[in-house]
Design a protein around this ligand. Structure first.
Ligand SMILES: [Zn+2]
Ligand SMILES: [Zn+2]
Length: 239
């Protein structure tokens, strides 16, 4: 935009020199063009800021809004009601891994207040429905929330306790489901009932839990690394 204006100025100077024309003599059309260029030049910072904001918000949404997009993906959709949807987790960390999300825009479990408890109850019912539909036992599942949610939009995890999946790769994955970084539905509901909302986990404690030793969720075995844990988990597997 700047160089266009310069080009125009150079053209104007050449024109003036060659024909003895001054800006006064230049036709109204040219004057108008000059005015428009000036307006464009003046508004350039605003246009650039606007474009930058558009680009950065689009980038942010593609990172964070993955879940909201998944809600509308027919390949992932499992159940849909007036209040919520159940989708398959795109990167399942066990043989059965679902997410229950409200249709209303609640960013996280930390935004749920006492008045939202009936909605939370509905989401839990949907979670139980999933297990019924699969013809499995609730004892073979964990139903709860991550203390450090990574995705925008409140979601309740419904995950089978086998933890057999190629998407389960890191210590962080394991500990997010198998330490206090995973908050059972009952615990969360009770906290909100008693305190009005859920208190955020201490950052220091969260990073300690994230780095905790890899203890099996079905016996006392402590694995030395993830491949070791993954092969150990197969021992408990019935299939
Ligand atoms: Zn999550
Ligand atoms: Zn074990």
């Amino acid at each position: 935009m700047i160089w266009l204006l310069w080009l125009f100025r150079v053209f104007e100077v050449l024109l003036t020199r060659a024909h003895g024309l001054s800006l006064r003599n230049i036709s109204a059309k040219w004057k108008n063009l000059l005015v428009h260029m000036t307006i464009l030049k003046a508004s350039e910072p605003y246009i650039l800021t606007f474009l930058y904001r558009m680009m950065s918000s689009a980038k942010k949404s593609s990172w964070n809004m993955g879940l909201v997009n998944s809600m509308h993906d027919p390949a992932l959709l499992f159940i849909s009601t007036d209040l919520g949807v159940v989708i398959r987790d795109k990167y399942p960390k066990a043989r059965h891994h679902f997410l229950v999300l409200p249709k209303s825009d609640i960013p996280s479990i930390y935004h749920v207040k006492r008045k939202d408890l009936s909605l939370l109850y509905e989401l839990h019912l949907l979670a139980v429905n999933v297990i019924e539909i699969l013809g499995m036992k609730t004892d073979d599942f964990k139903i709860g929330f991550h203390a450090l949610p990574s995705m925008q939009r409140l979601h309740l995890h419904v995950i089978s306790t086998d933890f057999i999946s190629s998407c389960l790769k890191t210590k962080k994955h394991w500990n997010s489901f198998n330490t206090e970084l995973f908050l059972d539905y009952e615990y969360v509901r009770n906290e909100i009932e008693v305190n009005g909302s859920l208190r955020r986990i201490d950052k220091q404690k969260a990073s300690e839990l994230s780095a905790k030793e890899l203890k099996c969720n079905q016996c006392n075995h402590v694995a030395s690394n993830m491949p070791n844990l993954k092969s150990h988990l197969l021992v408990h597997s019935k299939r």
